[in-house]
Structure formats: structure tokens, C-alpha cells
Write a new protein. Structure first.
Length: 75
């Protein structure tokens, strides 16, 4: 895939079209890590947040409590 560096305000950047964003599973606001290798190769890696067991349990408990009536009707 060939991209062209564009002027964006006082900076330069690459524009990622929707198809590329979807393929990389990225959305506006996501953070990425940029690594520069010998010879000038760039590698852009998405930074995916990791949720620990306690956070997952707390989130599930909150969602179940918030939607208790819905879950009762579905069961």
C-alpha cells in the first residue's frame, strides 16, 4: 500500500483511510507506538489496553447490576 505524506497544519502526516483503519482495528484517538529501524523503516503498532481480572470482574458486576431487569427477562 502506498501512502503520501501530507501537510497537516504546521506538521506532516499520513492519512489512514477507513479501510486501513478497519484492517488494523484502529479508531480515531487510539494510541500507537512508532518504531524507526535501520534504513528508515517505520513500524506502527497499536497499543491495546489490557484489562486485569479485578477490573473485568468489577465491570461485569456493574453491568449486571445496571441491567438486572433485562437479564431477568432474558433468562
Amino acid at each position: 500500500m502506498t501512502k503520501t505524506i501530507s501537510k497537516i497544519g504546521n506538521s506532516q502526516g499520513l492519512i489512514f483511510d477507513t479501510a486501513l483503519m478497519e484492517l488494523a482495528r484502529l479508531k480515531v484517538g487510539d494510541q500507537v507506538s512508532v518504531t524507526v529501524h535501520d534504513g528508515g523503516s517505520l513500524v506502527i503498532t497499536p497499543i491495546r489496553p489490557v484489562i486485569n481480572t479485578e477490573q473485568a470482574a468489577a465491570t461485569a458486576k456493574r453491568l449486571i447490576g445496571k441491567n438486572a431487569d433485562l437479564f431477568k427477562r432474558l433468562s
